[in-house]
Design a protein around this ligand. Structure first.
Ligand code: HEM
Length: 440
């Protein structure tokens, strides 16, 4: 007999929102420990459930995915600046068409051409790496530079204005997400005006780039140019300018902060484990000779790759995402009514002791075992099913190159202020401090 999911009673009107806001990660962990696989949580007026068992996540993201839509409050907040890009499209048919058009751009053969840009930007960064460096801002600057070069064929160095515009958009978006009630964006509050100005700056920049690429298509071998060239495999239709704008800003939004946080938090872990760092360095030094890494060299980095995966197991940048149940469903033996927000948290699943042995320890070797009978949804930093991350291969290649090049450069990597542990869970999971590292 299926039951309604158990969960905390919460306060009148606000439900569990105050507890969630105070410390979302601790709140989610406690909910799973106390109530189990499917937990009913009232966040203000939204009836929600938190699911963390791999079977239930698999049902929502893959086996019964047609019953789960992206028509959620979180996606509506993101649409305020990402528009109708791949990440935030709600309509399934349009999503399928756009994904089909964009998929070839992200095939391994297409993205491998970016390896040289990634390694030359990393080499530039490492020239200044001695003494103490701030790992988190360094990774943000690097991934922003990589996004500029690989996505848009431009150097963001001279465009600090653009970086600030993007930062402001993300910040305001975050504030709006955290508040139960927001003014409409046309209301002339200081925050809304800041948002509007930043969006106009970003749009102006992207529209200029799109115009330039359309006029001189021979000049670009970046992702934007590939998108301009792309055609739906069935209908042969290309993208119009509005769609290109939304996809371009989505690439920037989805593709740089996630990777920066994964890198910063993985370096944080590595800097606390000298023995593991020694193995990463040894592997990186043996993987290629002088100059930047070749694609073959990346195949010779299994341990480094395992460290990156283990880093994302403990610190998944997309620590929570949601879907709306279209019709009633049963998850983990509990009835989930139509209209429920279903929240999935890789952060919690990746820490469940019934899913992972010794889940709180950083043990990269667990990802070396290829014979494992691990559940496909025990590890899902890039989500899973149809709407999984289209940039996964790009992100993995980027992180392999960056970590291996840092390892070749730094015999020593130590965490300054190791007593600082924890996160700042915003739209993505950020480190709590700037991850100061002593390198040499
Ligand atoms: C470590 C880095 C990254 C992580 C952890 C990550 C994670 C994710 C996750 C969890 C989703 C699914 C979100 C949901 O279901 O609501 C997603 C979707 C997406 N990601 Fe990534 N991502 C990363 C890097 C990138 C990069 C580098 C790009 C672009 C080059 C990118 C572009 C996208 C896009 C366009 C989508 C939407 C896909 C669709 O709905 O069809 N991501 N990502």
């Amino acid at each position: 007999m299926n039951q309604p999911p158990p969960g905390p009673k919460g306060k009148w009107l606000t439900g569990s929102l105050p507890d969630f806001r105070a410390d979302p990660l601790a709140f989610f962990l406690t909910m799973q420990e106390t109530y189990g696989d499917v937990v009913s949580i009232q966040l203000a007026t939204t009836p929600s459930v938190l699911i963390t068992h791999p079977n239930d996540v698999q049902r929502v993201l893959r086996t019964n995915r047609n019953n789960y839509s992206k028509d959620t409050r979180g996606i509506h907040r993101m649409r305020e600046f990402l528009g109708d890009g791949l990440l935030t499209i709600i309509d399934e048919d349009r999503w399928r068409k756009n994904r089909r058009t964009m998929q070839p751009v992200f095939r391994p053969r297409a993205i491998h051409q970016f390896a040289d840009d990634i390694s030359s930007l990393t080499a530039d960064m490492l020239q200044d790496w001695s003494g103490v460096v701030q790992g988190a801002p360094e990774m943000t600057k690097l991934t922003m530079g990589i996004a500029g070069r690989c996505f848009f064929g431009t150097d963001f160095d001279g465009t600090a204005v653009l970086e600030r515009a993007f930062f402001n958009v993300m910040q305001v978006n975050q504030n709006r997400f955290r508040r139960a009630i927001n003014s409409p964006l046309w209301w002339p509050s200081a925050e809304n005006r800041l948002f509007g100005r930043a969006i106009r700056e970003l749009d102006g920049f992207l529209e200029g780039l799109i115009r330039e690429r359309r006029e001189q298509p021979e000049n670009g071998d970046d992702l934007l140019s590939m998108l301009i060239e792309s055609r739906d495999e069935e209908t042969r239709e290309g993208m119009d300018d509005a769609q290109l704008r939304d996809e371009a800003i989505t690439l920037l939004g989805a593709g740089h902060e996630t990777t920066a946080n994964a890198l910063a938090l993985t370096l944080d872990l590595l800097a606390r484990c000298p023995e593991i760092w020694g193995r990463v360095r040894e592997e990186a030094l043996a993987a290629w000779g002088d100059g930047g890494p070749t694609m073959d060299a990346l195949d010779r980095l299994p341990f480094t790759t395992a460290c990156i995966n283990e880093g994302m197991r403990l610190n998944p940048p997309a620590w929570v995402f949601g879907r709306l149940a279209v019709e009633e469903d049963v998850l983990g033996g509990c009835v989930v009514p139509a209209g429920t927000l279903v929240m999935m948290s890789p952060f919690v699943t990746h820490r469940r002791p019934d899913v992972w042995d010794d889940p709180l320890s950083f043990r990269p070797e667990r990802f070396l075992d290829t014979e494992t009978d691990r559940h496909p949804f025990s590890f899902y930093p890039f989500s899973g099913g149809g709407r999984s991350c289209i940039g996964m291969r790009f992100a993995m290649m980027e992180m392999q190159i960056v970590v291996a090049m840092i390892a070749r450069h730094c015999e020593r990597l130590e965490r300054v202020n190791p007593e600082v542990v924890g996160w700042n869970p915003l739209l993505t999971l950020r480190p709590k401090d700037e991850v100061p590292l002593r390198v040499g």
